[in-house]
Design a protein around this ligand. Structure first.
Ligand code: PMP
Ligand code: GLU
Length: 401
């Protein structure tokens, strides 16, 4: 078959590829600890799942409006209005199949040939692919290690050209776990507004945050005057452990939401109807939703503390970004580069083959000197995984010294 130039550069999702491989090895009977998959290990809270079941029984099994059922769009707008300190228009909310679809919707709707879209590196593996599928050009831009790889206006100014149209980034970051402070966000937003660059802020991990507040700072918390054109992405997948239900959304000005809706109406129509009703149960009952989020948050924070403590004990020579949110540890592996290993892929392959721990090599996020571990799993499994990794990385570090 001759394939179209649309997909000439397309590669399958590396994060999904590693977790598929880990699942296969497990099914073959290998003793695998899978730290590749980026999804909460918790079940969807019962009362949310029940609302989905009830929706099926009640006959909510037909198409919905493309942008989502009005009740859910209103509930999402109200949920974010508190954070924004102003009442958000439900017409700016477009519900899609997970956050992935809204991200693609926005890239496809806003960018095209000749446009450059800055992509904060390390980036979630799908960002450059989405920009490329829109036939725009992704331009990776990296912050300094001293700032946990977060971007400043100076970093952005270095790569800006007259063709720069957008900036796509996540905070809390996948894969680094770094979180922009409100001041850091304000600086980036000021720069974007000054240069008419559309900010695409992926805040899907906003509720998995280890700071003092109940959520990470997001664009909506900025003064409305600071914020130029922007689209925010969020959803139920990570916050309330609903990855398989496929509910995410974009928040934007109404004119952008209309175009996104028109695009979605020709591609997938609407997110699954029962899933929308399940999400409605969550978003229309913020106290109950917050309690569920907080319970999971306690576990994620404990695991973050455990992982960094165990790394300090077993692999003290390995530098990493200290995670302030999400559930990933992004650590450097170039300390073991030498005759045996020359890339993160080499290192991750050896760790998988020799001690059965699945990690995602940094190549997936634009940097072959790092690897990503997901710590969305039990304490005992995490301890065992780091001990196993040390059996490969410890001697490798000693060998290159
Ligand atoms: N953005 C980031 C940064 C993610 O890690 C993920 C999870 N794969 C998504 C978006 C997509 O989330 P969803 O499962 O809701 O499509
Ligand atoms: N968010 C996850 C990850 O980054 C899920 C896999 C995916 O959709 O890429 O690993």
């Amino acid at each position: 078959m001759r394939f179209s130039s649309n997909i000439a550069q397309l590669r399958p999702s590396a994060t999904i590829a590693v977790s598929t491989l880990a699942k296969r090895l497990k099914a073959e009977g290998r003793d695998i600890i899978d730290l590749s998959a980026g999804e909460p290990d918790f079940d969807t809270p019962d009362w949310i799942a029940e609302a989905g079941v009830q929706a099926i029984r009640d006959g909510h099994t037909r198409y919905t409006p493309a942008a989502g059922i009005p009740e859910l769009r209103r509930a999402i707008a109200a949920y974010h209005s508190a954070e924004a300190g102003r009442s958000l228009d439900a017409e700016g909310v477009v519900v899609g199949a997970g956050a992935k679809q809204p991200l693609f919707n926005a890239c496809f709707t806003l960018f095209g040939p000749g446009d450059e879209v800055l992509v904060a590196e390390p980036y979630w593996t799908s960002y450059p692919e989405m920009v490329t599928l829109a036939r725009a050009t992704p331009v990776p831009v990296r912050g300094s290690e001293a700032r946990d790889l977060k971007l400043t206006p100076e970093d952005l100014e270095r790569v800006r050209t007259p063709a720069t149209r957008g900036l796509l980034f996540s905070s809390p970051s996948n894969p680094s776990g770094a979180v922009y402070t409100l001041d850091e966000l304000a600086a980036v937003a000021d720069w974007a507004r000054a240069h008419d660059v559309v900010l695409l802020a992926d805040e899907i991990y906003q509720r998995i945050y280890f700071g003092d507040a109940d959520r990470a700072p997001g664009l909506l918390a900025l003064d409305a005057g600071t914020l130029g054109p922007h689209v925010i992405f969020n959803g139920a997948s990570k916050a309330v452990a609903m990855t398989g239900w496929r509910i995410g959304y974009s928040l934007s000005d109404v004119d952008v939401a209309r175009q996104i809706t028109a695009f979605q109406s020709h591609t997938t129509s609407n997110a699954a109807s029962p899933s929308q009703y399940a999400a409605l149960a969550a978003y229309s009952d913020p106290p109950r939703m917050n309690a569920a989020v907080a319970d999971m948050g306690v576990a994620f924070r404990r695991r973050r503390d455990l992982v960094v403590a165990r790394m300090a004990e077993r692999l003290p020579a390995i530098p990493y970004v200290r995670p302030e949110g999400a559930f990933y540890l992004y650590f450097r592996v170039d300390g073991v580069f030498g005759d045996r290993f020359t890339s993160a892929s080499d290192v991750c392959t050896a760790v998988l083959e020799e001690v059965g721990v699945a990690l995602v090599p940094g190549e997936a996020f634009g940097d072959p000197t790092y690897a990503r571990m997901s710590y969305a799993t039990s304490d005992a499994v995490l301890e065992e995984a780091i001990d196993r990794m040390a059996r490969v990385l410890g001697p490798a570090l000693a060998a290159v010294r």
